[in-house]
Design a protein around this ligand. Structure first.
Ligand code: IMP
Length: 190
């Protein structure tokens, strides 16, 4: 069994990635060593900075930077997703979108993964399109999950889904699939 350390304080993200990689012979371990998160223009920049800052380590590791982009708000909260979640929260986002009909509630999530091991670095990406619900629904997941309805599902929010269901449709699930499509490159550095 190969091992990959997921450096994150977010147990929700960890559980999602752990569940998809385990059947592929990769055991994911969580480590929440604090890593400063810079305010940058893109997730790629945040991930590149974190990879530099963390440097080469004894074991291969993974970092994840994700963001929510709401079309009617000009892409907001984008790179401010963490700050906006802490300050406005889901109720604040819903207030900003009050009265907007379904067709104007489109949004997407993006995930960028950085993996470092054996002195090499790899980047993987995933995206999930969907829309913002009219009210928070479900108590599963984390963050914006209760207000995000992914395309390709049955109209439920991520907050109403099991981890497995969310993984099938989500940006993070897509980023893990991007990893698995490049499994040979990944296994070289684990
Ligand atoms: P981070 O900087 O990647 O940790 O994420 C930025 C913000 O987006 C945080 O408030 C997270 O809770 C939220 N977020 C990241 N991924 C997801 C997700 O898969 N579902 C819902 N919210 C998410």
């Amino acid at each position: 069994m190969k091992r990959l350390v997921f450096i994150t304080s977010n147990s929700g993200k960890f559980e999602e990635v752990r569940k998809i990689l385990l059947p592929h012979g990769i055991e994911v371990l969580q480590n929440d060593i604090p890593c400063p998160e810079i305010q940058a223009d893109s997730s790629e920049e945040v991930v590149s900075f974190s990879l530099e800052w963390l440097g080469d380590r004894e074991m291969a590791y993974l970092i994840d930077d994700s963001g929510l982009f709401i079309d009617a708000l000009g892409g907001f909260p984008s790179v401010y997703s963490a700050f906006v979640f802490k300050t406005l929260g889901n109720s604040g986002i819903l207030r900003l979108m009050d009265g907007l009909p379904d067709e104007r509630r489109t949004a997407h999530f993006e995930t960028v993964f950085g993996v470092s091991g054996s002195g090499k670095r790899l980047i993987f990406r995933g995206r999930c399109d969907g829309r913002i619900s009219h009210e928070p629904l479900g108590s599963g997941g984390f963050g914006y999950d209760p207000i995000f309805i992914p395309d390709g599902g049955d109209g439920r929010t991520f907050g109403q889904m099991s981890t497995e269901e969310k993984n099938r449709l989500s940006h993070r699930g897509a980023a893990v699939r991007d990893m698995l499509e490049n499994l040979d490159k990944l296994l070289e550095i684990l």
